[in-house]
Design a protein around this ligand. Structure first.
Ligand SMILES: C[S@@+](CC[C@H](N)C(=O)[O-])C[C@H]1O[C@@H](n2cnc3c(N)ncnc32)[C@H](O)[C@@H]1O
Length: 374
């Protein structure tokens, strides 16, 4: 079946070009995998016959958004490749996202037009933008040395269910949750198998995924958990700010509570995984506290609480905006819709202001998979 694109996958940017939305959302969490990635890159180069300058070393970032979150890491990877194979080594850098992503901004980021410096530009480094679902195969068979993806695989490939009484996974009933989990399972398999086809033997997939940890902790941007983000929307239904139909249309179609077992599930039971020679190398969960000086201040004064509330709103706005906007009736004017969304974020900030001792955190699992040599 053809991939269906939903606007809830889009990341909303602010007007300010200097503002880095993904840093506000998760603090460029992909850098948590820095050591693993550089290590696997070196292993991959040394274990394959890639020491021929005319054969490209290819690396790819799946679900890259505007590219700013992985830019510095990719530049470091280029340095590592050049240190080992020399400055003449041809390097391909593939930047993937779903077709509704803002590739115009990505293009400006990688060419250095938005921030001070973009991707390293030497005549033998080629950046290629790949607008396609990461659940499909995006590159030719056996063409890739290292695949990476940060904070993207929780987005389901399609909306399989409408949560009746909520917006987020936590608010879904058992039946709704199990349908979303099944889709999450199919998507993870498709993601891994697609990368498995693309990777050269000896290549690696390093993916940082939203998940639970061993203690079953789940990402929480606000005191009381992210289910509260949905309850503020429900308050707006009760107060007739939005209709029940609009509320029902606001589903966040994501699976961010995968466990280690869920990431391992693809392994030996699927014939293609075995044929491709894919093997789990490691899996580890991580807790990342959001970074901003205001999150570390104890006994905040009024000004600090306001700043805290603003930073919490910044951490939620980029990914919740389209969920909200997509649910609001198309008969509403743009001005009306923006006013309602503003009202939501005023409520969120009021709650954050009152609960400003809470330190927001995210839970991830780093998964490393290798395509073994035959
Ligand atoms: C939370 S952002 C993370 C962006 C970036 N990797 C980072 O570390 O900040 C998730 C990204 O995944 C993308 N995404 C969602 N579904 C996708 C799909 N099926 N294929 C490719 N990208 C997808 C979204 O468009 C978005 O840019």
């Amino acid at each position: 079946m053809a991939f269906q694109y939903f606007p809830t996958m889009e990341i909303q940017r602010t007007e300010n070009d200097d503002e880095d939305e993904m840093f506000s959302v998760h603090g460029h969490a992909g850098n948590l995998c820095r050591d693993t990635i550089l290590d696997k890159l070196k292993t991959m180069i040394r274990s394959t016959s890639m020491n021929k300058t005319d054969l490209p070393v290819s690396i790819a970032d799946y679900g890259t958004a505007d590219g700013r979150a992985s830019l510095s890491l990719i530049n470091e990877m280029i340095d590592v490749v050049q240190e080992i194979l020399g400055k003449d080594q041809v390097i391909n850098v593939y930047c993937n996202d779903q077709p509704l992503n803002d590739f115009n901004i990505l293009s400006k980021v990688i060419t250095g037009l938005v921030i001070m410096s973009g991707l390293r530009v030497d005549s033998n480094i080629y950046s290629v933008v790949v607008p396609r679902s990461m659940y499909d195969q995006c590159l030719p068979n056996n063409s890739l040395g290292l695949a990476m993806s940060f904070v993207a695989t929780h987005y389901l490939s399609k909306q399989v269910w409408q949560i009746q009484n909520g917006v987020f996974f936590e608010e879904a009933d058992d039946n709704e949750q199990s349908v979303m989990k099944e889709q999450g399972k199919a998507d993870w398999r498709d993601f891994v198998i697609s990368r498995g086809r693309e990777l050269k033997p000896g290549g690696f997939l390093v993916s940082l995924n939203a998940s639970v940890d061993e203690q079953n902790h789940v990402t929480s941007h606000i005191e009381g958990g992210n289910g509260n983000l949905g309850s503020f929307i429900f308050d707006m239904v009760k107060e007739d700010v939005i209709t029940k139909e609009e509320y029902r249309a606001m589903n966040f179609s994501n699976h961010y509570v995968r466990t280690a077992a869920d990431f391992m599930e693809f392994s030996s039971a699927i014939p293609e995984v075995v044929e491709l020679g894919l093997e789990m190398v490691s899996i580890k969960s991580m807790k990342q506290y959001l970074k901003h000086p205001v999150f570390d201040i104890a006994n905040k004064n009024e000004t600090e609480k306001r700043e805290y509330a603003r930073k919490i709103s910044d951490a939620v706005f980029p990914w919740l905006y389209h969920v909200f906007d997509g649910g609001l009736s198309k008969s509403r004017t743009k001005g009306e819709r923006d006013m309602i969304i503003d009202q939501y974020f005023i409520r969120l900030k009021a709650y954050a202001f009152e609960h400003s001792d809470f330190k927001p955190y995210l839970i991830f699992s780093e998964v490393v998979i290798q395509k073994k040599h035959a």
